[in-house]
Write a protein of this length. Sequence first.
Length: 190
Amino acid sequence: MTRTSLMQPLSLPLSLALIVGAAFSLPAQADTQVVTFNVLNASATLTTPFNNGDNLRLNTLVTTAVGSLLQSITFTVDASATSFSGAAVWEVGTATGIGPRLVGVNLDIFDASNALVASDTFAGTLAGFATSTFASTVIGPGTYRLVATGTGVRDSSLDVTVSFVPEPGAYALMLAGLGVVGLMARRRRA
């Protein structure tokens, strides 16, 4: 009975395919950068660029003022993050009740030349909370600005998350690469 070694060297194409597959499937440690505002009108600039898998969070809780909300966050994106998606939730309460009530919320992302890249889509309300989403949007490396507007009728509570991911095509490429690796391994066994 002949015993074969499990540690046979891989062929060059198979080795390259495994390396490329690993590069797409193992993103760097994801980071979440959180910006917290406790006033209606505020801005912040984040200096650390967002990479593939990173998240931007805007947390707003204003209990000392009412009126127009205008908040902005300037941020940069590196080449590994080629698209983003996001979601927001805020308290709307009832018109005559107590507790937070933030209305007319709009979220936009602009590029460095102030061109609109994406705007949120209102999803609806449930149990005193309103939600909206950013559809998956292609983005390139550069500087961007998230702008939140609305009206704080009473206390204002708003949470926004933007997640940076590789373009969906990158996942298709990774799956195709894994398929090729599987076919090559199968051929090799035959």
